[in-house]
Design a protein around this ligand. Structure first.
Ligand code: V47
Length: 369
């Protein structure tokens, strides 16, 4: 787009944002195609404030667990999964996970366990229910944010139950919310290239809609920086916005930058997204997702210094302390695996914002004024 025409298009988008008007597909595409990252970032921050956002920046004290890395799906973007017979394959029992979490709790407190894993064909649905039941029994005050929509779908295949029935059983055992993984990019062309063995995106939506209907809040993600086009990114974001209009059940959106190390894409010479693209995706997400209250700058993938900058591009959450992360680190992430609360506070303050420790449901736990 010629510079003058692009500026005219951005000016029109600014007018819409200032008037509180919803942006459409073409607006999203104009923003994605623009290289004027600073202008888009400022616009996203303006939109965030006009929609009631303040200087508060959230994080949660959490622990990451993975119950198994055994997976039947073989997504081409994944460096974490193993087959049962491969070296390094593991499946923890409920007892082992509880023991691990309790041991970790003696070292650092946490209010949330975030756990996702592979779709192992070697376990039964009862395994998942038992994990949830035992974790909840051992730590009743900890929120359990467990299992992607793909894993929930996998459980329907293991059990013969519907998505609603699986979710109800997990909820009754102690599940608090679902993380947003498994969304990848919804466009069929991309899914066929990067995750041909994965379920149709309709199941992702069906699972989240069912969760929201049962009062289980969820998160949503987009895996970007691989074979997707700008159109496919915008399409993905608008599909999320549509479900949120219907249910209001998404707590936050988390863009996930593709890490190619140890995947087939590394052998084809792929590298990780540049920081400017990460900032642009955060900003455009904030602009298009006018109905999702929180956008996370996930420091695990972008590092805490860039996550702090992203707070001026529409993000208002830096996820949490994390403690142990395996999926991005298997794919070459060079970031730490844990941030101390003091470090999160230091970075958020450095960005001129107010650090607020939250629980999973965004209730305030502590504020640094
Ligand atoms: O679905 C896997 C992504 C997701 C790679 O809800 C990769 O708060 C980049 O669900 N490069 C799982 N991304 C992680 C997940 C998550 C993470 C952080 C916060 C939340 C939340 C959820 O990780 C997968 C996939 O999209 N992923 N491999 C990779 N090589």
């Amino acid at each position: 787009m010629a510079i003058a025409t692009e500026q005219a298009a951005l000016d029109l988008i600014r007018e819409k944002v200032e008037a509180g008007e919803r942006l459409g597909f073409d607006d999203g595409l104009t923003l994605m195609e623009s290289d004027d990252v600073l202008q888009i970032g400022e616009l996203a921050d303006t939109a965030r404030r006009l929609r009631g956002g303040t200087d508060d920046v959230y994080f949660v004290q959490n622990l990451y667990l993975n119950q198994t890395n055994v997976c039947r799906v073989k997504c081409k973007f994944c460096a974490f999964a193993r087959t049962q017979k491969q070296e390094g394959a593991y499946t923890f029992t409920a007892e082992e996970l509880v023991e691990d979490a309790l041991r970790q709790r003696e070292l650092t407190g946490f209010t949330e366990i975030h756990m996702v894993g592979g779709e192992s064909p070697h376990v039964a649905f009862a395994y998942y229910v038992e994990i949830v039941r035992q974790l909840k029994e051992a730590m009743p005050d900890v929120h359990l944010k467990l299992f992607t929509a793909s894993e929930i779908h996998h459980m329907t295949r293991l059990s013969g139950l519907s998505h609603e029935e699986v979710l109800r059983e997990l909820r009754d055992a102690g599940l608090g919310s679902l993380p947003g993984g498994g969304a990848e990019i919804f466009a069929g062309r991309v899914r066929r290239l990067i995750a041909p063995g994965k379920e149709h995106p309709d199941f992702w939506f069906h699972t989240h809609r069912a969760a929201h209907g049962l009062g289980i809040p969820t998160h949503c993600t987009m895996l970007y920086g691989h074979v997707e086009t700008y159109e496919e990114r915008v399409d993905h974001l608008l599909r999320l916005r549509e479900l949120q209009d219907e249910t209001g059940g998404f707590l936050a959106f988390i863009p996930l930058a593709f890490h190619p190390e140890n995947t087939v894409f590394e052998r084809r010479g792929w590298t990780q997204s540049a920081g400017t693209d990460d900032l642009k995706v955060i900003a455009v997400s904030r602009l298009l997702l006018d109905n999702i209250p929180h956008v996370k700058a996930y420091w695990i993938m972008m590092g805490m210094p860039l996550a702090a900058v992203a707070l001026h591009f529409g993000a208002n959450d830096v996820q949490g302390t994390v403690v142990r992360e395996a999926i991005f680190h298997a794919a070459g992430a060079r970031t730490e695996t844990e941030q101390k609360i003091e470090e999160l506070v230091r970075y958020v303050r450095g960005a001129g914002r107010t650090p607020v420790q939250r629980d999973t449901l965004y209730n305030e736990v502590r504020r640094w004024s």
